[in-house]
Design a protein around this ligand. Structure first.
Ligand code: ZN
Length: 510
């Protein structure tokens, strides 16, 4: 790197100023983990106040004019392209702009409106009453639109909201890669529904002792490379992975004794998230580079381990005997092929979080189209339920019997998370592009997976994705590793090939 000694001193000063802000963020993460895993229900109000105070302190530090001046001076020096300093300044600038451009009153209004809307959403879903939720959603959307204007956008107000979750991404970019999905996934789904082959997941719905499930998934996580010396596994109602800070990245899962997939694939998914976080370099922790770069890249890691490894044949050729030995009564008489067909069964359902690989992205597409229309004002909130049901019929071939399983099913909109949904599908696509590159680099990858040796794949991901932290924006990362930016084609080819084989389809016309 080519910084002058003087610039280096100024850069060191900046890192020193940023470190305590990162630490405060870690403390907030620990409070949030505790809130979802161990806190008694009575602690909710107090915890809300603690987090609000903490976020106030973080906000004050990020918006301190002196921090802005320090960053501005270093920006003016023109840091070497592609240097750590340039990436640090980009991340710091982003944080400062997001915190300073939105007026404090609007931040407070949003915080009040979303905590109220979340509460009303729970009630409305329970009562299956969209009309009860509608005014709250209108309010949240109005405030988020004002936030988008404050943040600034060029082509579409949705750009400003989406960018908060996926740096550098735009509505146009999402549309470019989503458009081919609509046609080809609905075509694939319709072929599957007419296929002679029927896949049954009944073997996964037998009885599975949760204690044994936990023992099994703990072993799987450890074998995949999750470091329990720097992490822990707990049960949570809504499973998640949480990086607390240096040497502490935690995962959670949930157990259903009548459905094995819940804990098993849930734990592999969260392990994938955690492997990314555990792969961040220790020396980057406490700096803006010591974070995964975006939600989509994060999701690419969880989905790669969950679906490309965890629902694949090589993985289970090496591990199915151990699963059968853990659950001899449930799975002793189930051959490997039957098990593989069960874990890959495609069945359109109303609920996104339970969706299979083929229908998952149709759920995301539906939400993206609706929330974009809500933000630009081409869809009115009161017309949302009908619009939802229409798209549900068009994409999935089913109509929700009520709002609770329709447009009220997700928490996201109530808490103002508009612009978030596309990252799930961008993550699926990114995962397949990385997987193809890993296969090209590791010709014996399937043999390794069969032998239960995950170090080569994890090592490749570490080197090409994890250790970069936030150095490269998602498209730059993909270009560097795969030679191409985000692209729907590899992902669609993967799905069409895999499910044509499983369902004995004629090769899907593309
Ligand atoms: Zn995830």
């Amino acid at each position: 790197m080519s910084e002058s000694p003087q610039a280096s001193a100024a850069y060191r000063d900046l890192l020193e100023r940023l470190a305590p802000i990162e630490e405060l963020g870690s403390i907030a993460s620990l409070l949030q983990w505790d809130q979802q895993v161990t806190m008694p229900p009575g602690g909710a109000e107090g915890r809300g106040a603690q987090l609000a105070t903490l976020h106030g302190i973080i906000h004050a530090r990020v918006t301190d004019p002196e921090l802005d001046r320090m960053v501005r001076r270093l920006e003016a020096d023109g840091p070497a392209l592609a240097s750590d300093e340039a990436a640090t300044l980009r991340e710091a600038r982003r944080g400062i702009d997001q915190a300073t451009r939105v007026p404090a009153e609007l931040v407070e209004e949003l915080s009040r409106a979303t905590s109220r809307a979340r509460h009303v959403w729970v009630e409305a879903r329970r009562n299956d009453d969209f009309a009860q939720f509608a005014p709250e959603l209108e309010r949240v959307l109005e405030l988020r639109r004002r936030e988008a204007d404050a943040l600034g956008w060029q082509e579409h107000p949705y750009d400003a909201l989406h960018d908060q979750y996926e740096p550098g991404s735009t509505t146009a970019r999402v549309e470019r890669v989503f458009t081919p999905l609509r046609e080809r996934l609905t075509a694939l789904l319709s072929e599957i529904s007419q296929a002679r082959e029927v896949l049954d997941d009944e073997p996964l719905r037998r009885h599975f002792d949760p204690v044994l499930q936990e023992r099994f998934v703990r072993q799987v996580a450890a074998d995949l490379g999750y470091d329990f010396e720097r992490g822990r596994l707990d049960a949570a109602v809504h499973p998640f992975a949480q990086a607390i800070g240096l040497g502490d990245v935690r995962i959670t899962t949930r157990y259903d004794e009548r459905f094995l997939s819940m804990a098993l694939f849930g734990a592999i998914h969260e392990t994938g998230h955690a492997l990314y976080e555990q792969g961040i370099r220790d020396e980057d922790r406490g700096t803006p580079l010591g974070h995964p770069v975006s939600l989509a890249v994060h999701e690419s890691q969880s989905r790669l381990w969950e679906n490309l490894v965890g629902r694949g044949r090589p993985f289970w050729e090496g591990r199915y005997a151990a699963l059968q030995a853990t659950f001899p009564e449930a799975l002793g008489d189930v051959p490997l092929d039957t098990f593989l067909r069960a874990v890959n069964r495609v069945a359109p359902s109303l609920i996104r979080v339970e969706a299979d690989e083929v229908t998952y992205d149709l759920h995301v597409l539906l939400r993206f189209e609706l929330e974009k229309a809500l933000v630009e004002g081409s869809l009115r909130v009161r017309d949302l339920p009908e619009a939802w049901n229409e798209k549900c019929r068009a994409y999935l071939g089913i109509t929700p019997p009520d709002h609770a399983t329709g447009c009220l099913q997700d928490i996201h909109w109530s808490i103002g998370h508009v612009g978030y949904f596309p990252t799930y599908t961008l993550g699926n696509m990114t995962g397949v592009q990385l997987w193809n590159a890993a296969h090209a680099a590791l010709p014996d990858l399937d043999d390794h997976l069969r032998a239960g040796s995950f170090a080569p794949l994890l090592g490749w991901l570490r080197e090409n994705v994890h250790v970069l932290g936030s150095r490269l924006l998602p498209d730059d990362l993909l270009r560097r590793v795969t030679g191409a930016p985000l692209d729907a084609e590899p992902y669609l080819t993967y799905l069409e090939d895999k499910y044509a084989r499983l369902y004995g389809l004629e090769r899907v016309a593309t």
